[in-house]
Design a protein around this ligand. Structure first.
Ligand code: SF4
Length: 235
């Protein structure tokens, strides 16, 4: 079986964290009134995007009535309504909207993952749950050989990414999170870019503005070398 498909199926079947399994299913059963006609996904959410990507975006976890409902990262919730328009403006997405799987959204040069695949109560996964889920992200990284830049959305994603890289044997010093900062992790490793998470809490309070977020994606774009022309293509 194709390695991506195999990983995706394994993630979707995962029941390693009892507290999160119970919560994701409870949310899917009780639903939010506005979505009562939906059949919620209610399972772990696999990564989504361009499997040839040079940029990996790391989020926290599915939203209760966003990705836990639609089954696709950052889809159907407030954070996605801020993220995808920004990716579109920066040329990383073919459309600014994300409402459901099969809505035509395609990402270019970007793959989206999260440190935890199941919605946690109050958006707060435990350290143990993060540790249990992180290896899935490691396997996605192994399947992205062109990876050049990791963008961590929020402090938990930032710390989780560093933890994963250290677990993989990389010697990485203690780093502190600062929005908009670029971290050079060492030779042969991708750059790490930190951004505030585009949660409603951050975007509605002005902690993260559209302008600040656009600057993050301009920074990411500037870190990517120009694509090699395709052989036989236009010169
Ligand atoms: S959070 Fe990750 S490890 Fe835990 S049950 Fe969900 S998919 Fe499995």
């Amino acid at each position: 079986m194709d390695a991506w498909k195999e990983l995706e199926e394994e993630i979707v079947r995962c029941r390693k964290c009892p507290r999160l399994v119970a919560w994701r299913e409870e949310v899917a059963r009780t639903k939010r009134r506005a979505y009562r006609d939906w059949t919620y996904w209610g399972r772990p959410v696999p990564g989504f995007g361009d499997r040839n990507a040079r940029v990996l975006i790391v989020g926290l976890a599915p939203g209760a009535h966003g990705a836990n409902r639609t089954g696709r990262m950052f889809t159907g919730g407030g954070a996605g309504n801020f993220l995808y328009p920004a990716l579109y403006r920066a040329g990383f997405a073919n459309q600014p909207t994300a409402s459901h799987r099969g809505d035509g959204l395609e990402l270019r040069d970007v793959f989206i993952t999260a440190v935890v695949r199941c919605v946690p109560p109050k958006n707060k996964p435990t350290a143990q749950e993060i540790a249990t889920c992180l290896p899935y992200m490691g396997r996605e990284m192994d399947l992205l050989p062109r990876l050049r830049v990791i963008v961590a959305l929020g402090r938990i994603a930032f710390d989780g990414t560093l933890r994963l890289l250290r677990q993989r044997g990389q010697e990485i010093p203690r780093l502190s999170f600062a929005h908009g900062r670029v971290y050079e992790l060492g030779e042969g490793l991708p750059y790490l870019v930190a951004s505030y998470h585009p949660s409603r809490q951050n975007t509605q309070t002005g902690r993260l503005t559209q302008e600040m977020f656009d600057r993050v994606w301009q920074t990411v774009r500037a870190l990517l070398p120009p694509e090699e022309p395709v052989e036989g293509g236009p010169s």
